[in-house]
Write a protein that binds this ligand. Structure first.
Ligand SMILES: *Cc1c(COP(=O)(O)O)cnc(C)c1O
Length: 405
C-alpha cells in the first residue's frame, strides 16, 4: 500500500543531490543550488503523470487543501458538503478557512452518496468535496452534474487515491482542483508533503502565492516580490521533494502490484457468498490500495474482527466504524467543537449542528465494512495463505451465528 515499502537507493540519490549543495529551500539561492530544483521538477512530473496543466507542492495534504480552499475563495459563511467517512484533515481545513463542514452520508461506495449531497444543498453551499477514500473513487458523473446544476465548485480530496482514475482521467484532475497527500503512509511519499493539481491558471497562481506568504514570484529577486494578498508558509522543502521525485517514478509499479494482489484476494473472499464488496464507480480506475468488503450484519463483522485478532492476522484489516480518525462516530472533538481558540459563535453553532446529525445510513454501511490494506511485498503464496485464513474465519463466524449452518 504505501510507497515507503519500496524505499531504495533511488530515493537516497535524489536526497543526496540536495545534501551536496546544502540548499534545502525551494526558492532562491540560484547560484549555490547549482541547477538543482527538486520541487520544480516534481511539480512538472506531477503534471505529466496526473494530466493537469498545473501542480503546486505544499508541506502536507492538509496544507494543500487549506491552500486550495483559499484559492477558491471559500471562507466565512460558505458551506462545504463533504462525507462523514474521511480523514480528520478534510474538515480541519474547512474550519481553518472559516467555512462550515456540512457532513453527509456515504453509501456502499464508501464515499459521498449523491442523493445525500442533493438534500444538503442550501443557499450557502459553495463547494462539494468528495473524498476518494481507500484508493477508489466517488461517483464523479453524478457529483459533477449536481455541481453544474447548482453552480457549485467540485474540489476533490484525492489524498488517499493517488494514481486512481475515473473513466480514464486521474482522480484530482476532474474537479476545479484536487489535492494529494504525500505523507508517510500514502501511495507515494515525500515523508511529509502534498500537492494541489488544477487546469486553471488563476487557481494555480493563487496557490503558488498563498503557500509562500503571498509572494507573487514574478521577479528574480525574492526580496523584491510583491504580496498581492496575505498568505502563509505551507512550503515543501527540497529534501522532501527529492524523495517524491524518486517515488513518483514508482507509482505505476505500485498500482500494478496492488491491482494484481487485490484481484487475487478478492477472488478468494468471493468464495463466501455472504461477503460483498465495495461499489466502485469505475472498477478499472481503482488504485487497489485496499480491498474493502462487507458482511451481512454488524454483529457478524465484529465477530470476524474479534477472530482475526485472536488468530493474530488483524494487522492490515481496518474496521473504520471503531476508528478515531476516519469516521464521524468517534469524532468527539468535532461533536463538541473542541478548539483551542474560540470559533466565531455562528460557525461553532453550525459545526455542532452538522457534527451531531443522524448518520444512521452511514452507520449501516460502515458497521459492516472491513478494509484490507494491500501490501506491496506480499508473495502470491502469502496472499493465498492470508486469504484462505480469512475465509476460514468468516465461515466459522457465519456458522457460529447460524447464518449458513
Ligand atoms: C492523508 C489525508 C489528508 C491529509 O494529508 P496529510 O499530508 O497527512 O496532511 C487529507 N485527506 C485525506 C482523505 C487523507 O487521507
Amino acid at each position: 500500500m504505501p510507497g515507503f515499502e519500496l524505499w531504495s537507493d533511488e530515493e537516497r540519490k535524489e536526497v543526496n543531490d540536495v545534501l551536496e549543495t546544502g540548499v534545502l529551500m525551494r526558492y532562491g539561492f540560484d547560484g549555490p543550488r547549482k541547477g538543482i530544483w527538486k520541487s520544480k521538477q516534481l511539480e512538472e512530473e506531477i503534471c505529466k503523470r496526473f494530466g493537469t496543466r498545473y501542480a503546486q507542492l505544499t508541506s502536507s495534504g492538509t496544507s494543500a487543501l487549506t491552500t486550495v480552499m483559499n484559492a477558491l475563495g471559500i471562507g466565512y459563511g460558505d458551506e462545504i458538503i463533504m462525507p462523514c467517512f474521511t480523514f480528520v484533515a478534510s474538515f480541519e481545513c474547512v474550519l481553518r478557512v472559516g467555512a462550515i463542514p456540512v457532513l453527509v452520508d456515504v453509501d456502499e461506495s464508501l464515499t459521498l452518496n449523491p442523493e445525500a449531497v442533493r438534500k444538503a444543498i442550501t443557499s450557502k453551499t459553495k463547494c462539494v468535496m468528495p473524498v476518494h477514500m481507500c484508493g477508489s473513487m466517488a461517483d464523479l458523473d453524478a457529483l459533477t452534474a449536481i455541481c453544474k446544476e447548482h453552480n457549485l465548485i467540485l474540489l476533490e480530496d484525492a489524498c488517499q487515491s493517488i494514481g486512481a482514475s475515473y473513466k480514464g482521467k486521474p482522480l484530482g484532475s476532474i474537479g476545479e482542483a484536487g489535492a494529494f497527500s504525500f505523507d508517510f503512509v500514502k501511495t507515494m511519499t515525500c515523508g511529509e508533503g502534498g500537492a494541489i493539481i488544477t487546469n486553471r491558471a488563476d487557481i494555480y497562481e493563487k496557490c503558488d502565492s498563498y503557500s509562500d506568504h503571498g509572494h507573487d514570484h514574478k521577479g528574480v529577486d525574492r526580496g523584491a516580490d510583491l504580496h498581492p494578498f496575505i498568505g502563509y508558509n505551507y512550503r515543501i522543502s527540497e529534501l522532501h521533494a527529492a524523495v517524491g521525485l524518486a517515488q513518483i517514478k514508482k507509482v505505476d509499479k505500485v498500482l500494478s502490484i496492488q491491482r494484481k494482489t487485490h484481484q487475487q484476494l478478492k477472488d478468494i473472499l468471493s468464495r463466501v457468498p455472504e461477503v460483498s464488496f465495495r461499489i466502485i464507480p469505475d472498477p478499472s480506475g481503482d488504485s487497489c490500495t485496499f480491498l474493502s468488503w462487507f458482511l451481512p450484519t454488524e454483529e457478524i463483522t465484529r465477530a470476524v474482527i474479534g477472530e482475526l485478532k485472536a488468530q493474530n492476522i488483524l494487522a492490515g484489516n481496518f474496521y473504520w466504524f471503531d476508528n478515531n480518525w476516519h469516521y464521524i462516530r468517534k469524532w468527539d472533538h468535532l461533536k463538541h467543537s473542541a478548539t483551542l481558540s474560540a470559533l466565531h459563535p455562528e460557525l461553532k453553532a453550525a459545526v455542532l449542528h452538522h457534527a451531531n446529525k443522524n448518520f444512521a445510513a452511514s452507520d449501516a454501511v460502515m458497521s459492516r465494512c472491513i478494509s484490507t490494506a494491500i501490501g506491496l511485498l506480499w508473495t502470491e503464496e502469502q496472499v493465498k495463505e492470508k486469504g484462505e485464513k480469512m475465509v476460514g474465519i468468516i465461515k466459522k463466524v457465519l456458522q457460529q451465528q447460524g447464518v449458513n449452518a
